[in-house]
Write a protein that binds this ligand. Sequence first.
Ligand SMILES: [Zn+2]
Length: 54
Amino acid sequence: MSTACKHPKVRVVSRDEDSEYVECLDCGEVFESGEFRDMQIEERQAEEQEEETA
Ligand SMILES: [Zn+2]
């Protein structure tokens, strides 16, 4: 099993018009900061489902 890194520390490595890429200082993974936000938000979705547009 691989360790689930929550990427607690990240730094911006590159930026483009509408995306920003960050590198995790813990595991070294590089990803879009947009994805990173999704990951964090995922934990809350259960509570916030009511806000979905109907
Ligand atoms: Zn990480």
